[in-house]
Design a protein around this ligand. Structure first.
Ligand SMILES: [Zn+2]
Length: 140
């Protein structure tokens, strides 16, 4: 399900809150992976050619891979949430997160945006304030 559909279904506040929870779960996973690696460092100095050492190396490699994936996911989800969150208040009346989505898309529009063949990192949303009717685009 794309971002516009999720925001339509649950509302911007709840979508934003879930994005923050999601990103911080990834951060916690990254932190716990670091603890696993740190706790295995002492044992890595005493490696032998046996099954226990192979399992330890596999655990460390898996924890490093999971930690790197989680770190990247933490940044990606948080950056996306902040990109939309920075434009979630109506520019006319400053009402927060009370808008309806009129349209969405990935193509760049206008002379001040990316060239048309360069996809935007996130879909743009054209939204209308439920308080005053102002229309704006997010993220810019
Ligand atoms: Zn407004």
């Amino acid at each position: 399900m794309d971002i516009a559909s999720r925001i339509r279904r649950m509302g911007f506040r709840k979508w934003y809150e879930r994005q923050l929870i999601d990103s911080h779960l990834s951060f916690t996973t990254c932190f716990l992976s670091g603890i696993v690696v740190a706790s295995c460092l002492e044992e890595l100095g005493r490696l032998r050619l046996d099954l226990k050492s192979a399992a330890l190396v596999a655990l460390v490699v898996g924890a490093i891979a999971l930690g790197l994936y989680s770190w990247r996911r933490y940044h990606a989800v948080l950056e996306r949430a902040e990109a939309y969150g920075a434009h979630s208040s109506c520019p006319a009346c400053r009402t927060y997160a009370r808008f309806e989505i009129l349209a969405s898309g990935h193509a760049a529009v206008g002379p001040f945006f990316d060239p048309p063949d360069t996809p935007l990192p996130y879909p743009w949303l054209r939204v209308r304030c439920r308080q005053c009717g102002a229309v704006w685009r997010m993220p810019d």
